[in-house]
Design a binder for this molecule. Structure first.
Ligand SMILES: [Zn+2]
Length: 376
């Protein structure tokens, strides 16, 4: 699923060192489920007082979200076991989302990591079933446990639907990957399958809505639409990885290095940029590079001071500049650029600048590649 750079919401705690966040959209679903439960308890148990119904509704709803966290944590535990860093777990309108920063390197690891989620939900369903069936804790606990048994069972089964971005899609990908030894092909299949099930969900939701179940139908169609978008995105990412696979920074970097002397004023520099179109320049003084300057750095200085300020005053000094190496895979450089929000990096070899790599170089490669694929 898509991963934001920004803070994903309100932090509510840590589990195994992983921060747990509440996305603002979570409040919507929390309120909906609580209201739905309150209404359900009213019809099922007319004898309960309003306080009893709503209190139980809130507690049940909170336990449902604890179940979702349990599900996500189980993915994370397997990820951590394989030394894959887990950045955060976020609860949002469609449930939980674990931001695991690296793709698992083998089909076996991916299978276990994906399967852990549904397995944990089946486990919880079993626990709540046993408490409901064999525990003697009275009507309130019984009613609550039965609902939690059902919802965890639904969660487990729904997540096993074999399409990206659901757990079942990852399970499918791992199986195809394990058999074919081709992880890119496996991604494409899991993504296509994800789109198929998403369309199915949308159609079924619309059909339900037309038959009169407006709320359930539209909700299902909405989830389907969300899954469709997410499946498309994973497909784009897979295509991107595909196109850039095997390419090294040295293959795509620009060998000509734009420079500017350190006493150039920002005024002159901006003028030069507008004429040449190069967005970043190496600042040189004497014969050694001393930093990197871009139009962005000029923005920190008020317009009227441009004539009297040198680029040296606003440049990023060389020791703080993020640089790439010629042998570094392009995909990794792109990820680093995105993570630190820079558009260009100098390419260093043995301490010498041998070229520049920018998002625009990479984009050009992608365009050529996609164009070629189109005609193949
Ligand atoms: Zn899951």
């Amino acid at each position: 699923m898509p991963q934001q750079q920004r803070s994903p919401g309100l932090q509510i705690g840590h589990i195994f060192g992983i921060p747990i966040y509440l996305h603002p959209s979570w409040l919507i679903i929390f309120a909906l489920i609580t209201v739905m439960l309150g209404v359900q308890f009213t019809t099922q148990h007319p004898g309960w007082s309003p306080t009893e119904r709503w209190a139980l509704g809130i507690v049940t709803s909170l336990l449902f979200f604890a179940s979702v966290i349990f599900h996500e944590v189980s993915h994370s535990v397997v990820a951590l076991h394989y030394k894959l860093p887990v950045k955060s777990i976020t609860l949002f309108v469609f449930g939980g989302l674990s931001a695991i920063e690296k793709e698992p390197p083998s089909a076996g690891q991916e299978f276990k990591m994906a399967f852990a989620g549904p397995l944990s939900s089946f486990f919880l369903a079993g626990v709540f079933f046993v408490i409901w069936r064999f525990g003697h804790f009275g009507q309130f606990v019984g009613t609550m446990c039965y609902w939690l048994f059902e919802i965890n069972l639904i969660l487990a089964i729904f997540n096993l639907v074999p399409g990206f971005p659901l757990d079942g899609g990852r399970v499918l990908r791992a199986i195809v990957w394990g058999i074919n030894k081709d992880d890119r092909r496996a991604s494409k299949i899991a993504s296509a399958s994800g789109r198929f099930f998403a369309y199915l969900m949308i159609l079924y939701g619309i059909w339900l809505a037309l038959k009169g179940d407006w709320f359930g139908g539209l909700w299902l169609a909405f989830i389907g639409w969300f899954l469709l978008e997410a499946a498309k995105e994973t497909y784009v990412q897979a295509a991107l990885r595909d196109s850039l696979a095997g390419l090294r920074t040295g293959d795509v970097m620009a060998r000509e290095i734009p420079t500017v002397t350190r006493d150039t004023s920002i005024e002159e520099y901006v003028d030069q940029v507008l004429h040449t179109g190069r967005r970043s320049h190496i600042v040189v003084g004497g014969d050694r590079p001393s930093g990197l300057v871009s139009l962005q750095s000029a923005r920190h200085v008020p317009r009227e001071e441009w004539a009297n300020t040198s680029v040296q005053a606003v440049m990023v000094p060389m020791e703080k500049v993020q640089a790439a190496k010629p042998e570094e895979p392009v995909l990794e450089v792109l990820q680093r650029m995105q993570a630190s929000d820079v558009g260009q990096m100098p390419v260093l070899s043995d301490g010498h600048i041998v070229g520049m790599i920018g998002r625009d170089n990479i984009l050009q490669i992608l365009q050529t590649h996609l164009h070629a694929e189109h005609h193949a």
